[in-house]
Each structure stands twice: as structure tokens, then as C-alpha cells.
Design a protein around this ligand. Structure first.
Ligand code: ATP
Length: 213
């Protein structure tokens, strides 16, 4: 018997390009959306599933009084001691993978969209999804949006962008691209077109091999 496989899309993009905004539009059309950033945040939220291991590794000083990860302190440690990043990722990454897989098993809807900010950087996602969708905008737009949303300076936003792959590299890796430099109205036809394409791909996957073209 053929194993049922679900068509999946990996949605990525640089900080502030509009991943969440676009993912919400796909979700509104029925796609199952799994946001790996939200999963990661949940693991380090107050009494999140990764907190006992993080406290054991880094000490109770790295937890806030309500039992969440002290992000500012961890960020400072990771910047000053690169080996701390590997220790942090060693705890978080397997748990993110397991929680993502569990969420994928429960997902309904015709296909799944995994929102993965560092999809290109992290390497293992490519072979786990049928298509890579990049949300693209100019660097100037990214800077303006993140400054407005997070109250950061231009230098702070550019430092985060410098730690991500370049726009050109992301576009090179993408199968599909949504341009998000204009308003929300400009997103709708692009989302509609790709949603129809992904529905077709998902339907094609469920057709028995003997009936495939
Ligand atoms: P991050 O990488 O930080 O998680 P993201 O890629 O998920 O960000 P969003 O959170 O969707 O990006 O968008 C960043 C900000 O820009 C938000 O405040 C959002 O409301 C705004 N934004 C996104 N797209 C548009 C658009 N087309 N028009 C106006 N504002 C937008």
C-alpha cells in the first residue's frame, strides 16, 4: 500500500519581509500553517518544554522570574561566546524538530505550509518540502518595517539582516516568490495564484501512481 504523503511548502524570507502576513493569507484560504518560530517561542515561554534543559545547561540565571528564557541575557551570551550558540541550538533544534513533526501530524487542510525563517541557512528543510516559497522585499522596506514594528535602530536591523543569507541567495534557492514591497492588496493575487497551484500539486500527490500523467 502506498504511504499517504502530504504536499508541503517551506515559506521563508528575511526579517520583516512579511512571512507572517503572507502565511496568514494562505491560512485564510485553508492551508495548514505551522510556524516554526512560534514553536520555538513556545518552547522557551514560561515553563516551556525546553526550559528545564536550558536551566540545567546555562543555570537558573538564564530564566526570568516567570520561568521563561531570558532572551536578552542569552543573546548577549551567544554574541560573546560562540560556543554557547551551539549548546543552545543543541537543546532547541531537536525539540523544534519534534514539535514541528507532531504539529504536522495533526495538521488538516489540503496542504501544509511550514514557516521557517532560516530555511535556506538550516539546510535540512529543502528535502522535506515540495516547494520553497520566498517572501521578498527590498532591504530598504525590511529596515523600515522592522524599525517601525520593533523600535530598533537602522544599525540594529542591518546587523540582524547581516546574519541571514542574502536576498540574492534566497531568491536563487526559491521555487516560488511573492513580492511584498507594496501594500496588502498587491499580495492577494499572488497568494491566490500560488494557492491554486499548491492545491493542484496536493491533488496530484493523492492521485494513485497508475493514474498519474
Ligand atoms: P519576522 O521575520 O520579524 O518574523 P515577518 O517576515 O514575519 O517578520 P511580518 O511580521 O509579516 O514579517 O511583517 C513585518 C511588518 O511589516 C509587520 O508589522 C507587518 O504588519 C508589516 N507588513 C508586512 N507586509 C506588509 C504590507 N504588504 N504592507 C504593509 N505592511 C506590511
Amino acid at each position: 500500500m502506498e504511504t499517504a504523503s502530504r504536499f508541503a511548502v517551506g515559506l521563508t524570507g528575511g526579517i520583516g519581509c512579511g512571512k507572517t502576513t503572507v502565511a496568514d493569507l494562505f491560512a485564510a484560504r485553508g492551508a495548514a500553517v505551522i510556524d516554526t518560530d512560534q514553536i520555538a517561542h513556545g518552547l522557551t515561554a514560561p515553563h516551556g518544554a525546553a526550559m528545564p534543559a536550558l536551566i540545567a545547561e546555562f543555570g537558573p540565571d538564564y530564566a526570568t522570574p516567570d520561568g521563561a528564557l531570558d532572551r536578552a541575557k542569552m543573546r548577549a551570551l551567544v554574541f560573546s561566546a560562540p560556543s554557547a550558540r551551539a549548546r543552545l541550538e543543541g537543546i532547541l533544534h531537536p525539540r523544534i524538530r519534534a514539535a514541528t513533526a507532531a504539529a504536522a501530524l495533526l495538521a488538516d487542510g489540503p496542504y501544509t505550509i511550514f514557516v521557517v525563517p532560516l530555511l535556506i541557512e538550516s539546510g535540512t528543510w529543502r528535502e522535506r518540502v515540495g516547494r520553497v516559497l520566498a517572501i521578498d522585499c527590498s532591504e530598504a522596506t525590511q529596515v523600515a518595517r522592522v524599525m517601525a514594528r520593533n523600535g530598533l535602530t537602522e544599525d540594529q536591523v542591518r546587523a540582524i539582516m547581516a546574519a541571514q543569507v542574502t536576498r540574492a541567495r534566497r531568491l536563487e534557492e526559491a521555487d516560488d516568490v511573492i513580492l511584498n514591497d507594496a501594500g496588502i492588496d498587491a499580495l492577494l493575487p499572488q497568494v491566490e495564484r500560488l494557492h491554486r497551484f499548491y492545491l493542484d500539486e496536493a491533488a496530484r500527490l493523492t492521485v494513485p501512481p497508475s493514474q498519474r500523467l
